[in-house]
Design a protein around this ligand. Sequence first.
Ligand SMILES: [Fe+2]
Length: 285
Amino acid sequence: MKMTRRVFVGAGAAMAAVAAGQLGRTAPGQAQNAPRGDRSTRLAQAGGVVNLYSARHYDTDNDLYQSFTNRTGIQVNLVEAEADQLIERIKSEGANSPADVFITVDAGRLWRAEEEGILQPVSSSVLEQAVPENLRHPEGLWFGLSKRARVIVYNKSRVNPAELSTYEDLADEKWRGRLLTRSSSNVYSQSLVGALLEEHGPEFTEEWARGIVANFARPPEGGDTPQILAAAAGVGDVAISNHYYYLRLLGSENPEERAAAEQTAIFFPNQRDRVPTLTSAAVVC
Ligand SMILES: [Fe+2]
């Protein structure tokens, strides 16, 4: 996904705020009170390091960290692993955890991290200007860096896009035996269910989930990409997937993957203000 300049500014500012707060070992919320430039300079002179625990593994992120170091002199010490492993690691490291910033994907994981009590609030006018209010935690526990959409990918020769409308509609019996999705144990699925719960309440959502299960083309297996490949192969007609998996196939060097993307198309259902998936940085206690 193309990252906007604002995203980079947001992430850079997040790390600067964290570096200032954590390395100076100030109390939560104090970092913004001190002149940022002075702290950054002092940290750089002291060979400052920000310990970044990230569940993202993209080249664009490495470019971002490098430009942060170039601008501030603060080194980025990167620890990469799966999000749930990083949360466990931060918990087991406890009060002595060296982690300063945690970057993860999906609102569901942010919620888990918040529930575990491993996040610390940050107040920063730079971050508040760079990140819209609906994409950050109300008390500054996390800030969104980029958006990802959960979309419907459909087989172009088997589905008329005029048939597609909403996530809710995927439970309609017209999709019986035609729907492909990954397991409900995955956080992407859980966040979508969470968004529906928030909007419609438990009764509607339970009914919706029963409709979804009744519409399965096959029992859920694999991640999002296998759902798109199965839609392209005609195993089912519509697949629920994050948008970038489709784009990844479209840009693949593997001709079979490109052909699968060309056999399918992407449909953005009713998003409104929902952000089922979000990449975010959070400050660790
Ligand atoms: Fe993903």
